[in-house]
Design a protein around this ligand. Sequence first.
Ligand SMILES: *Cc1c(COP(=O)(O)O)cnc(C)c1O
Length: 337
Amino acid sequence: MIVDLRSDTVTKPTPGMMEAMMNAKVGDDVFGEDPTINELEQKAAAIFGKEAGLFCPSGTMTNQIGIKCFTQPLDELIADQTAHVYRYEGGGIAFNSSVSARLLNGERGIITAEMIEPEINAVNDHYPRTSLVVLENTSNRGGGSCYTLENIKPIAALCKAKGLKLHLDGARIFNALTKTGDKASDYGQYFDGISICLSKGLGAPVGSVLLSSKETIKYARRVRKVFGGGMRQAGFLAAAGIYALDHHVERLKIDHTHAQILAEALRNCPAVSNVLPVETNLILFDTVEPATVVLEKLAAHGIRALSTHPHRIRFVLHLDVHPDMVEHVVGVLKSFK
Ligand SMILES: *Cc1c(COP(=O)(O)O)cnc(C)c1O
């Protein structure tokens, strides 16, 4: 048995999703004529209480377009030091937008209005102009930690008072909503831009959607074209996204339950020195032996995972990890001395 816990991006389309893709009505989206993409964009925008959406090939692109829309060259954005937009998007903040980043030491990736406020630059020729705050929910490097809307409200109020834009990297926003019970439709009012991912926990093969006002999305379409992301009959992919929104959100709670079962097994495993708090579908744990050694032992039992530090391993739950696989991993962990 192979259990792939490396990432929630490794999922494959289900038969139902494949059927939806095969039957999609398509057109040339650069002309705005793909009905399935239009439907996905409108559907996602409605779910989050925003006016419009833009379908893109990746979450990196939706984030980078968002940053481009909400900044000018010589500006600065504020984010947690673990932020995907800073660490894992290849330096795109500087390259695509000519913007610098002020990084905060949040608590497992979560930052507060109190942390942000002193880092907003005064208006002075010495300083880059602070124009954007980026939040990540759930936080990837934070091990799937969540913001609640109660955490977000004071940040949104601060941004409004100071004239800053607020962007959400919501690659795993549905995991956060599953955990917190907050309503997606309440999110739109607090964020200028929201990036949601269809190809992580939701199981679509490709795609993210940027959500914002009609005016911003109009400009974002131009930026997407410049970034090389204008797609043609991509409705086949959008159909997978629509299917995912309809069928794969509710089930995320299963992944979270599986994560709790594995976390418990890890806490009882002598090869593991510490398990970080588990809130959603990600588990970070520290190993007594080097992570590479533990990864090899896991691999010998068909369990695949990644290390994030020399003594830290990440497990990610997703829709291709079934209950019998979770049982298998628990059994293997029990056998470790
Ligand atoms: C995966 C991820 C993204 C986007 O990644 P792509 O691979 O470009 O789709 C953005 N933010 C976070 C937090 C992620 O985990």
